[in-house]
Design a protein around this ligand. Structure first.
Ligand SMILES: Nc1ncnc2c1ncn2[C@@H]1O[C@H](COP(=O)(O)OP(=O)(O)OP(=O)(O)O)[C@@H](O)[C@H]1O
Length: 288
């Protein structure tokens, strides 16, 4: 049965594979995880009510449902103090894996065990576009479990970290996507997290903001949390992460120290590029 559970609930001798040679206590255990999306209305005819009713009676699937098997049996263990970069091509399953660890997507098969509350900081983090940056800071702090007094205490630090200046008084819908992302990161980063997950947050900031974010991620790691970072910027991964997991079509292609995995991934991309170029060269053109 699929589940998302606290680590304390699993028995000590459970057989869960880990490639990280870490002695630190585990914070996240992903055990043979499968995530299947069901896409309704995917092609075909729209059908009609009697046909749908017959299908329900016969317990048949709708012919218009397509299944996307995004994560195909992933297992790993993350430890306290690790900063793990998730890398891989578009559609390889990075965001899906983060959302599953955050408990936002129920496993179709397998399980995710977490120690403490994971926080997902992503493009869709729940801030309100009609509210000002100022109101959103308070909202975000309360959503992370702070009291109103604690939220007020952290307010100035968040504004300063975000670097938004006077924009903080304007509604968030007036922000560029980079500015909104900076605010989200600034809110999430003010607190120590057991497990902090960042989906491409650093890609949108300018160089100075990126430097501050990288520094903060290092501190968060030192504060004994675990950080997951999805990024297409391989430089950010090697500079910020101690470990990298390379996903390919929903499975783990490689898991190890960040430099080694990024090097192998870069080599594979270059080799694939060279193969494509060769194929193009071998294809006769219309004029030949
Ligand atoms: N809500 C959804 N419904 C159906 N399929 C989805 C959904 N979200 C993602 N997918 C599919 O799941 C697979 C993995 O997607 P995911 O977004 O996790 O990949 P990713 O590695 O984060 O990609 P990118 O680097 O482009 O952000 C893809 O085939 C994608 O089409």
């Amino acid at each position: 049965m699929a589940e998302t559970t606290e680590i304390a609930e699993i028995t000590e001798n459970q057989d869960v594979k880990s490639t990280a040679a870490s002695e630190a206590p585990p914070t996240v255990i992903v055990d043979d995880l499968h995530i299947v999306y069901r896409v309704y209305g995917a092609g075909g005819t729209r059908g009609n009510a009697p046909a749908a009713f017959r299908r329900i009676l016969k317990r048949q699937k709708s012919p218009n449902v397509r299944e996307v098997h995004a994560i195909r049996g992933i297992s790993f263990t993350a430890h306290r103090g690790e900063s793990i970069g998730l890398i891989g091509r578009n559609g390889s399953g990075k965001s899906t894996l983060l959302r599953a660890i955050a408990g936002l997507l129920p496993p179709t098969r397998g399980a995710v065990y977490t120690d403490g509350q994971p926080t997902l900081l992503g493009v869709n983090a729940a801030l309100m576009s009609d509210l000002t940056g100022e109101r959103n800071i308070i909202l975000g702090c309360l959503a992370m479990g702070m009291t109103p007094a604690q939220a007020r205490e952290h307010y100035d630090d968040i504004v300063e970290f975000s670097g938004l200046g006077d924009f903080i008084d304007l509604p968030m819908r007036t922000y560029s996507s980079g500015m909104a992302q900076r605010l989200r990161f600034a809110i999430a980063a003010v607190k120590s997290h057991d497990v902090l997950m960042i989906d491409e947050a650093l890609a949108t900031g300018d160089a100075e903001f990126r430097r501050r974010s990288e520094e903060r991620i290092r501190q968060l790691r030192e504060e004994a949390g675990t950080v997951f970072l999805v990024s297409h910027s391989l430089d950010v991964v090697t500079q910020t992460c101690t470990r990298a997991i390379w996903l390919d079509k929903g499975i783990i292609k490689m898991d190890g120290d960040a430099d080694t995995v990024v090097k192998a991934y870069t080599k594979a991309i270059q080799a694939a590029g060279a193969r494509r170029a060769n194929r193009r060269r071998r294809q006769p053109t219309a004029s030949e």
